[in-house]
Design a protein around this ligand. Structure first.
Ligand code: GUN
Length: 298
């Protein structure tokens, strides 16, 4: 095995082992964790992600329901559906797949999901709890990255982490997670984004770079400190002369930076599997909390 490669699969498997035990424990007490996923429209990438979430539930023995609404559904129809799930005690997690069609107010929908069932950690109440250092849910992709760093024994404490990208899904919650006061965080964190001046100068000071900008091969060798750790969250489709007609590449120019870095996540096969693994963890956490059951961490 390539010692530099941080693969997601073994880490996701370790999470699944932990979550499986927790599911068994909940079931012994008559609680059957359930996740509902809502997809509005027919975006092909979203369809793939939603299908993967359903499959992960099936594999673990989490009940799941996928609700597909037509692209021209009204905002009210979506709100009504979410409210029904909020008040169903047999349903513990709700995920509305983003992006939503343009006529639907995404912020309003995020606020409609009950904070107790918000397995994405998108609701302002859950974001607030994370920022104030007392999180209920952990944001899936950032929590998956922390899991990977822990699994591969890459310390973050007192390290300088530069997060490239300020999205609500990855960049901002990543910052907040790495600022937590615990051994798997305690980092000094810088966020850089499209309006940052001299972005390369910041990245070059990083011990760990987390790239989440959605631009293929954006980060180059000259921007990295020798021996730095690179976590690439990007999944970009590039046209290619193959059967599929495209290939997936990250936000980091993998081939070019490979010699410079000490560790790097491949794309695909790096961070990718972690998001769904953490979603399963959040669903089980939500089911436990809603039934006032204390879960053991390991
Ligand atoms: N679209 C892309 N990533 C995500 C995610 O983590 N959660 C939801 N709900 N939608 C997404």
């Amino acid at each position: 095995m390539d010692a530099k490669l941080l693969k997601g699969k073994p880490v996701a498997e370790a999470v699944y082992t932990r979550v499986s035990k927790q599911i068994g424990f909940l079931k012994e007490q008559g609680v059957f964790p359930k996740l509902s996923v809502i997809l509005v429209g027919e975006d092909p990438a979203s369809q793939v992600y939603v299908r993967r979430k359903g499959k992960a539930c099936e594999k673990l023995g989490i009940l799941s329901e996928t609700i597909v609404l037509p692209a021209d559904s009204s905002e009210q129809a979506l709100v009504t559906k979410i409210e029904a799930l909020n008040s169903d005690p047999k349903n513990h997690g709700i995920l509305v797949q983003l992006p939503l069609p343009g006529h639907i107010d995404e912020d309003k929908i995020i606020r409609t999901v009950s904070p107790q069932k918000d397995v994405d950690c998108f609701h302002p109440q859950n974001v607030g709890l994370l920022v104030s250092g007392n999180p209920y849910m952990l944001p899936c992709t950032p929590a998956g990255i922390v899991e990977m760093l822990r699994f591969y024994k890459i310390e973050t404490e007192s390290k300088h982490v530069v997060v490239v990208g300020r999205s609500n899904i990855v960049g901002k919650p990543m910052l907040n997670l790495l600022l937590q006061k615990n051994k798997s965080a305690n980092a000094t964190v810088t966020i850089v984004h499209s309006r940052t001046k001299e972005i390369s100068a910041h990245i070059r000071r990083a011990d760990i770079v987390i790239a989440a900008i959605g631009q293929p091969n954006f980060i180059k060798k000259e921007q990295l400190k020798k021996g730095s750790v690179v976590i690439d969250v990007g999944i970009n489709r590039m046209d290619a002369d193959n059967e599929k007609g495209y290939t997936l590449v990250g936000d980091v120019d993998f081939d070019q930076v490979y010699e410079t870095v000490s560790y790097i996540t491949p794309v695909p096969g790096g961070v990718g599997p972690m998001t769904i693994a953490m979603l399963m963890q959040n669903t089980v956490t939500a089911a436990a909390v809603q039934n006032k059951i204390l879960l053991l961490e390991e």
